[in-house]
Design a protein around this ligand. Sequence first.
Ligand code: FES
Length: 131
Amino acid sequence: MTVCRDCCCGNAAKHPSVDHNAQLDRLRAALPAHRVRTSLCLDVCDEANVMVVHPSPAARREGARPVWFGLVLSDAVEDDLVAWVRAGGPGAAEIPAMLDLSVIPAPAVARSAGADLGGGRDQRPGLRGSS
Ligand code: FES
């Protein structure tokens, strides 16, 4: 999992009600079998805090792609995200309906879709059609 931490994600000035360091600590503690790494700006700052869940190598070979999540600012979304990763993540487990509301298009997909994206529900990467 990649957790964006740069100019907006993890920025206490942008989201003062979120303890961003504690969020990262909780994710790492909850997912000891997974690598939870931080990144510089992923170029979708309006969606801060942004996180990307990567498929396992086997799932990637089967066609699964990373799934991007935006506005991960609550314990409820964080808990759903952890549960989905533990269940296998992209290509291995269906995204729960509530968590699906937090899925955002990957930036390259958003750019190629232009103004018609409208939320990009059909154009995002991930589990769709892979299981
Ligand atoms: S700082 Fe996370 S998308 Fe820009």
